[in-house]
Design a protein around this ligand. Sequence first.
Ligand SMILES: [Zn+2]
Length: 233
Amino acid sequence: MRILAFCAHPDDVEINCAGTLAKSIQRGDEAYIVNACLGDKGHYYIEPKEIGKMRLRESQMASKVIGAKVSSLNFSDAELEINHTNLELFVKKIREINPDVIITHVPDDYHLDHVAVSKLVVDASFLVSVPHCYPDQKAMEHTPQIYFMEPYTGISFVPQEFVDITDTFDLKLEMLSCHKSQIEWLKEHDGMDILDFVKVSAAYRGFQCGVKYAEGFQRLTTALRAIPGRFLP
Ligand SMILES: [Zn+2]
């Protein structure tokens, strides 16, 4: 299978679904990460242009840890709009990767970029198989399955499917540790030790499903998506 984590910012994947991506790769899947935004507002004193470049490098280092292929749509943070131009960009990006499964943000997440990415991914992932939409690019032959990862801090999120990440938890931490600028920013801005947080969060989800560490997901089950069977590792 081909699995795509389509998120807003560099580090979103690492916080909420990196253990699952690592496990997918271990079972033989190809894994892709797309960050819609540059992450260029994520620091107190490093200027946007510079922090954007730093975060691109951090994201590339993190992806290398598990062998995922990463790319960015290069939007500036807080400037991603839900409109037809951006919908076309999302459709074309998904078609390029041709994923079976897409993991993205939950629709009611806390950050406007997360909400925009979630909406654009869900809408685009339906249009990817419609040949008359953006006919200059070949349409996909299937409609990808969509999974929502939990929001930052996990408030009010009830998982429907768990992935046991006990064996890949160290890789998740190693990936997240590559995002040095964000470990700093989240400590200063949110008062959050993000490495400690993901440990608590994965242990809590693990406790819920009877393993040491887990990540939790909700699945989109609208028309064409409610195919029986399990797609996550
Ligand atoms: Zn984010």
